[in-house]
Design a protein around this ligand. Structure first.
Ligand SMILES: NC(=O)c1ccc[n+]([C@@H]2O[C@H](COP(=O)([O-])OP(=O)(O)OC[C@H]3O[C@@H](n4cnc5c(N)ncnc54)[C@H](O)[C@@H]3O)[C@@H](O)[C@H]2O)c1
Length: 297
């Protein structure tokens, strides 16, 4: 196998199972020294043993990404063991389904702490180490759910935050030689087993290892010049995800009062309303134009 990451050191968070495990194993096979992080440290230990049994270099970390000091400790471990941090895969994440009125505040806080703060904390620590070392590559794991999905509002919001962070940090870190991209995966893992809808969209042959080559590519030299991108892979399909933009027509007047806003919507924006969510639902005001009328008897 081509050793694309020979001599490189990479941190993979949430790598005790699922996608993170596949990423860690794949990156180690490509020659990287890997910090295999997971709060479930027994699983991280097993992944490390597997990598070492196949001649790779890896060390386990049981730190939680949701705590700033522990996130720093993950990066420090990589520096202490391998002397540098060249790559970070911000993969650790939680997910659950709930309708807005069913949400439990403690669960909301927990998912935001892991999926948003965890990515920021680990990214902050890694970016500082990469900057000192002359550059690197960060791959954040977002989700197609960031486009909006039923019963996944809070999860979608955390993954949308990861997308926004990716575009922003790509701008901030370019001069430091650090690239920041995000991957929206779909793979048969425990996250999918929990949801009937996800299981329908994700049969068992969509294994996590089918996403790993994309992550390896984004960490390697072959992706030089590619930053600020959101890339989706669901197994067979690989594509870029378009980014939100300021949409024309942009109407101008000195002051917008409620009456002129009403007229702007009635006369102009009604025809430009966006279909919303991953399912591209047409807003009610447009539906009468897009849906076939019921057939008369
Ligand atoms: N499976 C999919 O189809 C899919 C789709 C879109 C996005 N994702 C994203 O991919 C990533 C991996 O998902 P997966 O499907 O492999 O899930 P998974 O549940 O199988 O694995 C996630 C791992 O993260 C670990 N983890 C949780 N909290 C942590 C913390 N605070 N610190 C360190 N580790 C922690 C868990 O112990 C677990 O081993 C997640 O960010 C998820 O949101 C997955």
């Amino acid at each position: 196998m081509n050793k694309l990451l020979e001599g490189k050191s990479v941190v993979v968070t949430g790598a005790g199972r699922g996608l993170g495990e596949a990423f860690a194993v794949h990156l180690a096979q490509a020659g990287a020294s890997v910090v295999v992080n997971d709060v479930d440290v027994a699983l991280a230990d097993q992944v490390v043993a597997n990598i070492r049994a196949h001649g790779g270099r890896a060390v386990a970390s049981g730190h939680s990404v949701a705590d700033a000091e522990q996130a720093q400790a993950i990066v420090d471990l990589c520096l202490a063991e391998f002397g540098a941090v060249d790559g970070l895969v911000n993969n650790a994440g939680l997910n659950y389904e709930a309708l807005p009125w069913e949400e439990d505040p403690a669960q909301v806080r927990e998912i935001v702490e892991v999926n948003v703060l965890g990515v920021i904390y680990t990214g902050m620590a890694a970016a500082a180490a990469m900057r000192a070392g002359g550059g690197g590559s960060i791959v954040n794991i977002s989700s197609g759910a960031s486009l909006g999905q039923r019963k996944l509002g809070t999860y979608a919001a955390t993954k949308g935050a990861v997308a926004s962070l990716t575009y922003s940090w790509a701008l901030d870190l370019e001069d430091a030689g650090i690239r920041v991209n995000a991957v929206c995966p779909l793979a048969h893992t425990r996250m999918v087993w929990k949801s009937e809808r996800s299981l329908r969209n994700c049969p068992p042959d969509r294994t996590p290892s089918r996403i790993a080559p994309l992550v390896l590519f984004l960490l390697g030299e072959g992706s030089a010049g590619i930053t600020g991108q959101l890339i989706r892979c669901n197994g067979p399909q690989l594509h870029l995800v378009g980014q939100p933009f300021l949409k024309a027509p942009i109407l101008e007047r000195q002051v917008w009062d409620t009456e002129s806003v009403q007229r702007a919507f009635d006369e102009v924006f009604s025809a430009h309303l966006e279909p919303y969510g991953l399912e591209k639902r047409v807003p009610p005001r447009l539906r009468k134009w897009t849906e076939a009328p019921p057939r008369s008897a």
